[in-house]
Design a protein around this ligand. Sequence first.
Ligand code: UFG
Length: 337
Amino acid sequence: MSHFLVAGGAGYIGSNFIKYLMDTSDHEVTLLDNLSTGRSEVVESLKGRYGSRIVFLKSDLGDPEKLHPYLHKRAVDGVFHFGAFSLVGESQYDPMKYYYNNVARTLSLLKIILEHEIRHFVFSSSAAVYGIPEKTPITEEAERKPINHYGKTKAMIEEVMEALSGREDLVYASLRYFNVAGTDEEMLVGECHDPETHLIPIAVKTALGLRDHLALFGTDYPTPDGTAVRDYIHVTDLCRAHWAAFEKIRKENEPLTVNLGSARGYSVREVLETVQRVTGSRFRILEEGRRPGDPPVLIASSEKAGKELGWKAERSLEEMVTSAWDWEKKRSEDGLL
Ligand code: UFG
């Protein structure tokens, strides 16, 4: 049995990962979160289900005053770092928030864990590091050319990890997520962003009647139907890849950078058709101009993930939409929306 530090464990992907780890192993975690975007209900649900296997440490990311004393007492075998602000649009008008939290605080976290001789670090990176890719599907060798501050913060941390790797005994896995959707099968934790900006949760909320219409951003992209194309991946598949990546770097002590996507692209219209089919709701779609900073097409090459991790995305778009739909219905029935 090992004990892990999960930074940002009260957020969407961090909490799904903790649930996955609890269900598939006997490991324990320290859930580190300042609850700025993470939710206290998620911490309560996880603690309610898994009890003392989860220790909640309420703290800012990389706060030396909280983390040093904690890590003096508690042996930790690795860190999974999900704690980041992740709204592309917001990063453009409030870059300080992004550079301070996603970069400065992450550097502090790295410094602290290395001082405690914790070497294995799994980092949530993003397809946003690629910017507008020259080739599709995107391989990991493609240049990092982020076009927004959010993507730049992820690229900066990748550069720092590369600089530290080998020098400071850091062994990292940088996982470049594509478009993550859905929730755990039992719907214990789920996806709740405030404000919500992602396509699938907004579409299912609209299907539920919580919004009057869905705004479709951009119909003049150079794609078959004119709308932007993305590579969607179910959060449970993503969680499984995190564990595979951790095991790989722990065994081989070599850094790893890998895309996590399905290698299959869906246009916004295709996603909306799937949502309308799954939910049985013909909600209103209003065509609008492009959203600034949106690349036309982002599709992962998933070859490296297959080769290095023996991993591939298994769940379909329909399963992601069904999962997101079931989750929003449950929240609505529970009076939480
Ligand atoms: N979209 C709409 N209407 C909406 C919301 C989204 O048309 O109400 C469109 C967007 O313009 C985009 C597509 O749906 O073309 C997907 O948008 P999302 O906001 O769901 O996701 P993004 O592709 O913008 O970004 C997500 C993550 C980023 C990550 C990126 C990597 O939020 O952090 O995937 O692929 F960098």
